[in-house]
Design a protein. Structure first.
Length: 395
């Protein structure tokens, strides 16, 4: 009897210690919807009968998106807060209000031995991804950001924006520099999809990464650098015909490709993958209701895939949020029959960003840490704490 009591106590102790154990956060996926406020999320929830990826989130929080000098942040300062945990002046990117270079969660993940990746449906030097590897006092310094990208040591990157890598005023071919550093560089989707390289950078034509991305009219398609850059010469020598991607499926496929590569090449330290769905913001700026709803459906396709990934990879943390709200977006007044349906339309109160709080959706290992109202700067700090295996600090 005595022995039985002892065993019962022992089992209870083991069960208690298992339930109290912090889940190990080995992999981090950080999905940022640029300008994705409550109006954008609402438009998806109300226009789609099937369960959205957001509804699978076990933990939901709120993020205050102010910059260091305004209630309303721009994308450089918003990205900087989410990447580095420091608020900076609007216009500054990856540097503090005094212009000092900040250390991003992606760089910290690298020093912890994690493989790293970036996937965007815009240019690779756009403010949000650049906040994870760069540091400039103006987002317009895209030539400098391209150099910082090359120096970043990021293992896998898929996006657009060849014109800052080749045909530069300094005549430097940054695709040659990437190849010299051991990367495969691809200028078309087919080569990206076929890749078995451990480290690669895909710089695709803008028409491949988004059906209506007009975020940079200076951005050339791949063909524009074809005669001059080493990546294009190597592609021509391979004899493979370049293949374009279906832009409406690009983000999901590119994220799958990056995930597969990072998972295949990561050791026990895992990986850190940053993804930006960039054009929700553009539809907010243009006050385009239809465009924003369509964009949110595309966002959801990527999110659903990631939710499944996290379910089958329990040491993975997925954090989904926005850098700020755009458009002052709300769901418009519209009556319909009881029990009936009507198409959702959005109304807008500004052509710019707003300082409205944005949602955080967290899934997988460590997700419960994000169930709170917090400043945008808290997110990378929590991620860092979780990948260091540290327990929750007392609030
Ligand atoms: Zn914007």
């Amino acid at each position: 009897m005595k022995k039985q009591t002892f065993l019962t106590a022992l089992f209870a102790l083991v069960a208690l210690s298992v339930s109290a154990a912090q889940p190990r956060v080995k992999n981090v996926i950080y999905l940022i919807g640029d300008g994705m406020g409550f109006g954008a999320v609402s438009s998806l929830l109300l226009s789609q009968n099937e369960k959205t990826g957001f509804e699978y989130a076990p933990v939901i929080g709120l993020s205050e998106t102010c910059s260091a000098d305004n209630f309303v942040t721009d994308s450089p300062a918003g990205g900087t807060a989410l990447a580095t945990g420091t608020r900076t002046r609007n216009g500054y990117l990856g540097v503090d209000p005094d212009g000092n270079q900040l250390n991003s969660i992606l760089r910290k993940a690298q020093t912890m031995g994690k493989r790293t990746g970036i996937v965007v449906n815009t240019v690779l030097t756009e403010a949000t991804p650049a906040a994870f590897y760069g540091g400039v006092k103006s987002r317009k310094e895209s030539l400098r950001l391209a150099e910082q990208f090359v120096e970043s040591g990021i293992d896998v990157a898929i996006g657009s924006g060849l014109s800052v890598f080749v045909g530069r005023p300094d005549s430097v071919d940054l695709t040659a520099e990437l190849i010299h550093r051991g990367y495969d560089v691809y200028l078309d989707w087919g080569a990206t999809a076929r890749s078995m390289a451990d480290r690669f950078v895909s710089i695709l034509p803008m028409s491949d990464v988004h059906r209506r991305n007009k975020s940079s009219n200076k951005t050339a398609g791949a063909a524009d650098g074809a005669e001059v850059c080493l990546a294009a010469q190597l592609a021509a020598e391979s004899g493979e015909e370049p293949t374009s991607s279906d832009p409406t499926e690009y983000l999901t496929r590119a994220v799958e490709k990056a995930l597969g590569t990072l998972e295949r090449t990561a050791d026990r330290n895992g990986f850190f993958l940053m993804i930006e769905s960039a054009i929700i913001d553009g539809y907010g700026h243009n006050n385009d209701s239809e465009g924003m709803i369509e964009e949110m459906r595309e966002f959801d396709r990527t999110l659903q895939m990631l939710v499944k990934y996290v379910e089958s990879h329990p040491e993975t943390l997925l954090v989904v949020t926005a850098d700020h709200e755009t458009g002052g977006t709300g769901v418009s007044y519209r009556s319909y029959e009881v029990g009936g349906e009507a198409p959702v339309t959005l109304s807008f109160s500004t052509k710019g960003h707003t300082g409205t709080v944005v949602p955080i959706f967290a899934y997988g290992a460590g997700a419960e840490e994000f169930g709170a109202i917090m400043k945008n700067t808290e997110l990378p700090k929590i991620i860092e704490r979780l990948i260091n295996g540290k327990k929750k600090s007392k609030r």
